[in-house]
Design a protein around this ligand. Sequence first.
Ligand SMILES: Nc1ncnc2c1ncn2[C@@H]1O[C@H](COP(=O)(O)OP(=O)(O)OP(=O)(O)O)[C@@H](O)[C@H]1O
Ligand SMILES: [Mg+2]
Length: 591
Amino acid sequence: MNSFENKKHISRFKLIIRLLWMVKNHKWLMLQAIFYGILNHLTNILLIVYGAWLITGIFLLPSYFPSIFELILLFILAIIKAVSAYMEQIKNHDVAFRLLADLRVQFFEKLEPLTPGNLIRKRSGDLISTIGGDIEMIEVFFAHTISPIVIAGSISVFILSFLGFWWILLPFFIFPFYFTLGVIIPIFYERFIRKNGKVIRNTLGSTNAHLIDSLQGIKTILLFNQGKSRLQQIADNGLLLNKVKRKSSTNAGLLIGIINLVIFTADIAIIIAAIQGFAINILDIRGVIVVIVATISSFGPLSAISSISHHLTQTFAAAERLFNIIDEKPIVVDSPDCSSETPERFDITFKNLSFKYSPEEPLILNDFNLKIPQGSKIALIGESGSGKTTILRILLRFWDFESGEIFIGGKDLKKMYQKNIHEIIAIVEQDTFLFDLSIKDNIAMGNYNVNMEDIIKCAKMANIHEFIMSLSEGYDTQISELGDKLSSGEKQRIAISRALIKNAPILLLDEPTSNLDTLNENALQKTLNTIIQDKTVIIVAHRSSMIANVDNIFLLKDGKCCEIGNWDNFVVNGKYNPEKVSLTNYTDNNM
Ligand SMILES: Nc1ncnc2c1ncn2[C@@H]1O[C@H](COP(=O)(O)OP(=O)(O)OP(=O)(O)O)[C@@H](O)[C@H]1O
Ligand SMILES: [Mg+2]
């Protein structure tokens, strides 16, 4: 079974190729960033070298003073440097943030079809950490890695050519230092700290997940007097994170030390080489100064590459976590022979259906058979954990089934597109999720075909209209403004309005009244009786009032379904045989 716990290792090479591939949609912007980057660093070096050239002229040449033209040139170089530095920053970050936006979209797009089968096992905190922290971390690659590598490469080639122009041997003195800074240090340092980078990302992920878990469950924590121990766990997590980060900071210090050592050695090497050139009359004194200044000022882009390797390891760890989620295969995939025709009838047949959540888990449904005629209302009852919600999830194609068939209006469910199935089925789930939108938008759920009248009508049917009108902003009240004010029953009634407004021919109600009081339940009961006359309805219910009016009651036990008949058979006429269907506990406890 797919699960996020089974993380796949993705090689560095593949990660880099995949990240680079993403840049293709913004290649012009990236090229602009590179262009301005090269211009920025080049003018920077030219400015220093040209300045040194002019100053040495003043001291070395008799009665020389820079002409106005030379000074203007210096000034123009300074302007170009300033503008290109500004443009480089803008373009680099523009492309990086566009790419991060693409990643967020890609992440959600990939996540959507996985829901809820794959996601059910992933802690929401882990996902939040991935969307937030990991995607941000990838900014380092897009904004501070790609263009700096190209810039450093170009600047190095330029400086080496410049040095070669003065003395052909000079590039051979300097190239080893460039290579060490631009290639050897980044590769080896990244390898050296790779393990710690992964540990940091994972520790950060689990620390965030634990914190979010604690915030989500804060009420339960307080009720069970677990505040102190939870706080201790948070503090322990913080200490652990601190420990791994301290190691990372020590490594960063080491890296800076090594980079500086290489640069100083290179500076000494170029001074020695230049003096040597002077000694054998290849360089004059001006040439000595110019090559020394050019070399010393050329290390900026290369040392940036070396330093970036410190962050890259975490960036790659973040990218690996992200791609692991993006690569997750959906549990249910639309088959190639799906047809977009929606059924004309809405009777539902489950035929010899067997299902387990994963190969190592027991069968939840075992040769399950059930026929629901079009327009009929049936109730599914059974002990907690018997598989009632599972049946609804399978019907919605959230999970695939091993063997057996399901038909809606005679059409094979596996040959229908998931989006078409979701169009013809509305559901009120056991747990209601309300978005941080207005109540109106929570009911409409992005359905542009509904107007305010429809929304009010459905809210009235779900017996929530009066409550909504009692709020100061009525239907425009934001869910976030209500905070904890909404009771579970009120949330459930909003969810019922949401399902009703969809006006789908099949309605699934998973314990729709579990949080409602008798008054609201009776009102809802009436609503359901009137509005769902022409719909095929499956009600999962524990409460007698909800199943009293259904056409047929089915008991789910040991993965199979057994027909009990209608309410009269069930209890009133005494036809119900507790021995046969083993409902004793069920009726004693719940009716
Ligand atoms: N994602 C899952 N992965 C593995 N097992 C699961 C998953 N979801 C549910 N189960 C298991 O499948 C069984 C049936 O669960 P289901 O939610 O369908 O029961 P139910 O009849 O709806 O129970 P209740 O009346 O408590 O809502 C349970 O044993 C449950 O632990
Ligand atoms: Mg359930």
